[in-house]
Design a protein around this ligand. Sequence first.
Ligand SMILES: [Cu+2]
Length: 246
Amino acid sequence: MVSEKALYAIIAAVVLIGGVGIGIGYYHAITTAPVPVTQKETSLTLVITPNNYFKNATISHRQPAFYVLEPNGTLGSSAKIVLPSHTLISLTIIDYDSGVATNIGPNGTANVTSYTNFTGTVGNVGYVYNGTAQYVNGTLSGNSTNNITISHGAGWKVHHMPWNSTFGGWEVTHTFTILNGTQIMLNVPSWAGNNPNGGGVTHTSFYINQTGTFSWQCFVPCGNELDGWGGAMATPGWMMGVVQVD
Ligand SMILES: [Cu+2]
């Protein structure tokens, strides 16, 4: 058993050593040049597939859905997307769907053009990749396997997706929209394109400089029933969900 006197001696030694440690740490802190803050960055890749089988009591139909591309290559659920706050988030949407949206907005008959905009992204822009009429990315030249040159495009920089008068709709398949209550924090439209095989890649970046749990929703009525607002549009992990920002 340690005597009371010895115990006090040990406590005193611990306090003294700890104090010296703090002193060294403090001395170090005030004599070292400030370390440049490295910008925090992360990436989020969403994949839209159009032909997922949706079945409930009244719907038995193929429906589109957003997935999160996980680091191991699998498609994870988009029902709850966890993101860091105060971090540059590089968002890529790989969209296998196609076809213009005749209506866009908070109900099946609305035509609210703000949902065609890139809102809350860096510079309020996005970049569209794929063989659009406006911009062809990636051209191949050369005719032998030893002499192939691929010119990569820089993407078509857009503030908003246009109306396609030939097809009679907005060039938007779906939107990835994050809401704080009813306020739009982020709106990213995904390019519909006029490639008959469908498919496009849209890239943008954004910050969320607050923590909390928000909702995300697609604003193209792409579901079944309720003027397109049932089915996928009303089911977490399909065309809606939550975004938890830590
Ligand atoms: Cu949708």
